[in-house]
Write a new protein. Structure first.
Ligand code: KIV
Length: 260
């Protein structure tokens, strides 16, 4: 059965989410049994080689969302609204979200807190399910001065809690909480009645999300909170090294790989 937004309920977890950006990996992560696939704008860093997510365009997100949707995953597919495709107001947000939904997303995710609650509310009213993203917002990296832990001060903690409540009141169906102390993620999780999906924010959440390339060892600079479960980079390097050696040594192609 295909997952729907309404399947993500408080207490129904733990929910397992991962990113995917293309057809083959969407198929693989779906076969592995994840509940949700995020077509994250992290694709800018792990696929396109950009220094951050600011260079990712709506056209990039549409293209990659289409590729993921073509895998027909059972998991819920959420697409990220990239930098400056919703900050400019509800009208732009509606237009951007429409393109991602038409590309095959079941819902969209946007970064930011109470200051974007009116945008979330407008999208939800128009029938677009929205996932919030609070704590560290990578799209604010220039203002933050780096990818740093959020919630070290009382003021930051209060803001994260207020953001969670504002987004929930605006109709968000779930919240990603990124890189905050576990105690804060716990407090947020206990204070909202929608699922919290955490990354680098400890175990007291309704689910976890990781970036696929960090999980399989394809990221050049994985964050400290990501666990590497496989070394796919080594597997690819070894396979291609063998291919290079065999062609150079005239051991490939052998008879079974061509017709006379
Ligand atoms: O773009 C992304 O991959 C994300 C995750 C870090 C949650 O937003």
């Amino acid at each position: 059965m295909r997952r729907r937004v309404s399947d993500f309920t408080k207490g129904g977890g733990p929910y397992v989410w991962i990113t995917a950006y293309d057809y083959p990996t969407a198929k693989l992560v779906d076969e592995a049994g994840v509940d949700g696939i995020l077509v994250g704008d992290s694709l800018g860093m792990v696929v396109l080689g950009l220094p951050n997510t600011l260079g990712v365009t709506l056209a990039d997100m549409v293209r990659h969302t289409q590729a993921v949707a073509r895998a027909k995953p059972k998991a819920l597919v959420v697409a990220d609204m990239p930098f400056m495709t919703y900050e400019t107001g509800p009208r732009d947000a509606l237009r951007s979200a429409a393109r991602l939904i038409r590309a095959g997303a079941d819902a969209v995710k946007l970064e930011g807190g109470a200051e974007y609650a009116h945008v979330v509310e407008r999208l939800v009213k128009a029938g677009v399910p929205v996932m919030g993203h609070i704590g560290l917002n990578p799209q604010r990296v220039l203002a933050l001065g780096g990818f740093k832990l959020v919630g070290k001060t009382e003021e930051q903690r209060r803001k994260v809690l207020e953001d969670a409540k504002a987004l929930r009141d605006a109709g968000a169906f779930a919240l990603v909480i990124e890189f905050v102390p576990a105690s804060l993620a716990k407090e947020v999780t206990e204070s909202v009645d929608i699922p919290t999906i955490c990354i680098g924010a400890g175990p007291h959440c309704d689910g976890q999300i990781l970036v696929l390339h960090d999980v399989v060892g394809l990221s050049e600079r994985p964050p400290s909170f990501a666990k590497k479960y496989a070394d796919v980079a080594a597997a690819i390097r070894d396979a291609v090294r063998q291919y290079v050696e065999e062609v150079k040594a005239a051991r490939f192609p052998t008879k079974e790989f061509y017709k006379e």
